[in-house]
Design a protein around this ligand. Sequence first.
Ligand code: C2E
Ligand code: MG
Ligand code: MG
Ligand code: MG
Length: 293
Amino acid sequence: RAKQAGKAQFARYSAELQTSARHQLELESALGQALDRDQFVLHYQPIYRIDQDRPQLVGVEALLRWRQDGALVPPQEFIASLEESGEILRVGDWVLAQACRQVRAWQLAGQARLRCSVNLSSRQLQQDDFVARLTEILRDSGLPPASLILEITESQLMQDCTATLITLRELASLGVRLALDDFGTGYSSLGYLKRFPLHILKVDRSFIDGAPQDAELGAISRAIIGLGHSLGLEVVAEGVEQAAHLDFLRQEGCRLAQGYWFSRPRAASELERLFSPALSPAEPHDRPAQARP
Ligand code: C2E
Ligand code: MG
Ligand code: MG
Ligand code: MG
């Protein structure tokens, strides 16, 4: 009887496996066609300077969405599959080209200093010709390399160190900026901060979220902000959802932030509404002194 029960359990188990394997296959085949069917869209989340009274929009992070049957599927549900199948290379090129073109258009429409952040997969960085492809994408879009920020995670730095290091150095010498994303959540070795040519540290939202109430999370956030600044890096706080988060960050001297408190990621046309006050002639410091109100 035990044997029979075991058999039944095995049958159930293998049926479940088959279902999930089938789902995986269906997902991969749908994803394989998504780019050609124009089903990917980028949303943009604004990044603000918070060291003045009035937060100032200084950049946007491009975040990928998959439009499927009217619904928008978030990246956690499909990025891993794209990486598995290798399709992330084609999709990643599309993301870069699309984001660079969009931000260049916004720059020309009056947001002259707007910066564009794009998330990278380790598969993209491992391509031998990544730097050449990116150079071409930048040239086609007209976006100045210094306006582009590539976001990578700690785990990406751990893979294939020497090749990654060479690629990152080439990117940095193009003038592109590099951000370490979700800092503090991976197997961080602080040595990476010295070894890799990084410009920006993004403090993971798990620290920011608890920082105002929880003394230990507050201490960790404070330490990360201080570490970044003393290494000459810009520090961006992720996941600012409440006024208390913003107060804490200002108190700790963190100058850049993004999060739902300011805005969720939005479609390009909706993001433009956030520009409207700044669209009139130019940023205050670009204006001749006597013309200032
Ligand atoms: P990430 O790069 O750390 O992006 C920030 C994520 O936090 C985004 O989730 C954003 O919507 C979310 N977020 C922003 N502010 C808040 C907040 O105040 N509270 C909370 N709870 N969440 C907030 P999203 O868009 O779902 O993206 C998830 C991850 O998917 C990204 O994390 C990034 O690692 C990856 N990803 C997104 N787009 C791409 C892409 O084009 N290529 C690659 N390789 N990865 C991407
Ligand atoms: Mg990111
Ligand atoms: Mg992040
Ligand atoms: Mg994150």
